[in-house]
Design a protein around this ligand. Structure first.
Ligand SMILES: [Cu+2]
Length: 121
């Protein structure tokens, strides 16, 4: 009886699924978003807590007049306008309690307008 060669099974070799689902496990995740609203003459929230070395996106807006969020310790003075959002990145590089205040004169209570930024390890 003659031996018969079976045809080679063509096939599955070479099919590789390249999973590109890296987005949810990325090495550098999206910065955490913190919304801060200004209103004569206060910020909401009145205090926030951040981690040193992490990057945050401050999502800033105003409910009335132009204000700003000024944090001298981090060399930041970001505009806050009614009806607009201003996104600024902040990566605190020191631990402590820092005062943020308004850098745009906004009326009688302007000087009292402040919030506290706590930065922890
Ligand atoms: Cu002000």
């Amino acid at each position: 009886m003659k031996s018969r060669k079976l045809p080679a099974v063509c096939g599955l070799a070479g099919i590789f699924l390249v999973a590109t689902t890296l987005s949810s496990r990325a090495q550098d995740p999206e910065p955490k978003v913190i919304e801060i609203r200004a209103k004569k003459f206060a910020y909401e929230p009145a205090e926030i807590t951040l981690h040193k070395g992490e990057t945050y996106k401050l999502h800033l807006t105003s409910e009335d007049a132009p204000h700003s969020l000024r944090i001298n310790a981090f060399n930041l003075n970001a505009k806050m306008k009614a009806g607009e959002f201003n996104d600024v990145l902040l990566t605190p590089d020191q631990v402590g309690d820092f005062k943020a205040d308004c850098g745009v004169y906004c009326g009688a209570g302007h000087k009292t307008m402040s919030m506290t930024v706590h930065v922890i390890q």
